[in-house]
Design a protein around this ligand. Structure first.
Ligand code: LIP
Length: 262
């Protein structure tokens, strides 16, 4: 794919942060057996990855704004553009030595996501998309699945943990959806869940209570791969409300009706 200069900068930043995270991930696998556990070490790895990404992106585009999971938001001189970054999406997987986590970087222009990168360093899978230019995985064009029957479809979600308030709603969703589909997966990285829908691996995904940095890049991947994206509640902006549903064009309406309880 012939990406723009911005997309190339995002890919470079994601790879650089990915290298640092992979190095730390090997260490985390050793720390599982220690009594203190790898918690502090992982927080440091996460912050270091965001530092690397910020240095690359703001070094290359000093006037853009910033929203990062670790360092929060900052307006730039250019009020129309900002980076939205999750340096480590799937932190709990990382912490437990599970190789399913990603770097997520999006560029927003006038409120719209125009470029997105989701990079899975453990599998060296680089998912990228630019508005109007399609979605790609390691230089291969990707498309959402063509599956048409709910009973054959696999969906992904995130199940809230540690007593988070959206748990009852998600359990109700599961009770309605699971009897009519081929399965639901909960792999612990929203960015990768979205990238997998874009690549046709999952047929749809929904989640409540997530942040803009978890979903911004992945939402563009799904759109550019020919999929549908909306908020769970009619009329909401998913990025603002933190509740998103996506799917292939064949199944999206039916799937959304089930999740909305209609
Ligand atoms: C996590 C997600 C996960 C979701 C959690 C959380 P983090 O992001 O990607 O799938 O269920 O609510 O937001 O904290 O690892 O960047």
């Amino acid at each position: 794919m012939q990406g723009s200069a911005n997309l190339n900068l995002m890919i470079k930043a994601a790879r650089k942060a990915g290298r640092s995270l992979v190095k730390d991930f090997r260490e985390v696998e050793n720390l599982q057996v220690s009594s203190k556990g790898p918690g502090d070490f992982v927080s440091k790895a996460d912050r270091e990855a965001e530092r690397i990404i910020k240095e690359e992106l703001l070094g290359g585009r000093p006037t853009y704004g910033w929203l990062g999971e670790e360092t929060g938001g900052a307006d730039g001189e250019d009020p129309t553009r900002r980076w939205i970054v999750d340096p480590l999406d799937g932190t709990t997987n990382f912490l437990h030595g599970l190789p399913h986590w990603a770097v997520s970087i999006a560029l927003q222009h006038k409120g719209e996501i125009v470029a997105g990168v989701v990079y899975d360093p453990a599998k060296d899978e680089m998912f990228v998309a630019e508005k109007g230019a399609g979605a790609w995985l390691n230089d291969m064009r990707i498309r959402v699945s063509g599956r048409r029957h709910m009973i054959e479809a696999i969906f992904a979600t995130g199940v809230p943990f540690g007593g988070r308030g959206t748990l009852p709603a998600t359990l109700q969703d599961l009770a309605r959806l699971m009897p009519v589909c081929a399965g639901v997966r909960r792999w612990g990285s929203a960015a990768l869940d979205l990238a997998y829908v874009a690549a046709g691996r999952y047929d749809g995904y929904w989640e409540r209570g997530i942040n803009a940095w978890d979903m911004a890049a992945g939402m563009l991947l799904v759109r550019e791969a020919g999929g549908f994206v909306s908020a769970i509640r009619e009329g909401d902006d998913p990025l603002e409300k933190g509740a998103v549903i996506v799917g292939n064009g064949e199944l999206f309406e039916g799937f959304r009706k089930i999740i909305r309880g209609e």
